[in-house]
Write a protein that binds this ligand. Sequence first.
Ligand SMILES: Cc1cc2nc3c(=O)[nH]c(=O)nc-3n(C[C@H](O)[C@H](O)[C@H](O)COP(=O)(O)OP(=O)(O)OC[C@H]3O[C@@H](n4cnc5c(N)ncnc54)[C@H](O)[C@@H]3O)c2cc1C
Length: 474
Amino acid sequence: MTRVAIIGGGISGLSAAYALEKERAKGTPVEYRLYESSPRLGGALYSEILEGCVVEAGPDSFISEKPWAAALCRELGIGDQLIGSNDEDRKTWIVSGKRLIPLPDGLMFLVPTKILPTAFSPLFSWGTKFRMAKELLHPPRPMNEDESVAAFIERHFGREMVDRLADPMLSGIYGGDTDRLSVRATLGRFAEMEEKYGSLSRAMLVANKKMKSVMAGKPKPPLFTSLRNGMQQMVDTLVSRLTPEWLILNTKVDSIQKHRDEYSVMFAGRETEVFDAIILATPANIAGRLLADIDRGLASDLQQVPYSSSVTATLIYDMADLRSLPGGHGFLVPRSEGRRMRACTFVHNKFPHRAPPDKGILRCFLGGANDEAILQLSDEEMFAIVQRELREIIGLTAQPRIQRLYRWRGAMAQYPPGHLDRVDRIEKAAALVPGLAIAGNAFRGIGVPDCVRTGTVAATTVLGLPSPASPIKR
Ligand SMILES: Cc1cc2nc3c(=O)[nH]c(=O)nc-3n(C[C@H](O)[C@H](O)[C@H](O)COP(=O)(O)OP(=O)(O)OC[C@H]3O[C@@H](n4cnc5c(N)ncnc54)[C@H](O)[C@@H]3O)c2cc1C
């Protein structure tokens, strides 16, 4: 019998436990215990239903292009609960002073592919528009040294593009700062495009053409996928497939030691347990601390993965009070605007299934790598900031019916330049420690799909099985 300890009960740890359950069902002799320090499972995934509205505390969806989370939901029998984002009304606004300016049509992520809408957009100065036109002549460049996203985008489109677009967009995904995020780890496709085509705009046009011919006649998949009743539905369904007495809450793992082929897992106020294998599904810095006595180099690399903190504030309004709100999925706030709010999602537009017709939901993001200090504020102070900035940006003066605030301290891994080299070292070192696997958002993808993938692969690794075939692959 192989005994496995899973440390951390977020989506990565739960995915690992589910993969082990499946192996057990096939007759593999394996047992596991999942230890979670908090009183609940799911980690960053947590949803509440308030006045008929689905309120997401952490992730509200996952990117459809990465198949692993949706595949898991289908396997769990909740495929019929998957919903897509309302891409017909996918406009995103950028805050500029007291104005909301729409992202110009044809902008694919950060890359302009249509001349006229970009040329007439008030979002960019004429200098930047000229840079965009000139970018079509950008020569190919080999992908040697990693660099920051800011440096990369600035080389192609100029600094204004970094400030107006790249920074707010990546701040929404990573809670990070483009000056400190690796282009190879976060925009690897762009780095490859530069190597092959030079110009990102030309490369995007080619990719777009290919995509159109592949997708001809097929319905366009939604950009984001979620679950009808919130991401919690995924957690609850996963948990229902696990062995309840093996899920141990309110139990923080303090340290781990390895003696020959066995691991001793130690806790405060609880007896040491012995296992054959360990899956670490905590944030990487905690995994590093737990491995300090087992492999110093590996522990140090893990501990050096930086994390940022953030806060989400959800406000539920009577729809009648939001009449002046524009359409679209929400707005992003460039740092140069000097505000604390980084972004706001119009949830009732992005996922109309999540609010009854007479309610509207605004979800605001604060914090991130450049504003860790926000966590020092009280809830009242944060709500006051959110309401003041909503008043100043979109003229919203009505009081919300309900407001909720969720603090996420050190929850978002940051991928600085050189990150992929560090991940290579971590993967190589971990592979040399028998019975050890590490999962989570600190490696090759921060989103829920990558956490599902790493958790699943970790389970097969500790059992010495080959990694699962598609769709659970890197
Ligand atoms: C506000 C926010 C919004 C996000 N939005 C999106 C989004 O829209 N789409 C998307 O795809 N991703 C999004 N993400 C990212 C995604 O949610 C996370 O990367 C993912 O949920 C991380 O899962 P995890 O299981 O690896 O880690 P976690 O969820 O952090 O779980 C780790 C668990 O380990 C436990 N733990 C820690 N130390 C110990 C210990 N010593 N002993 C026992 N247990 C321990 C913790 O309590 C925690 O429950 C968002 C994240 C945040 C915070």
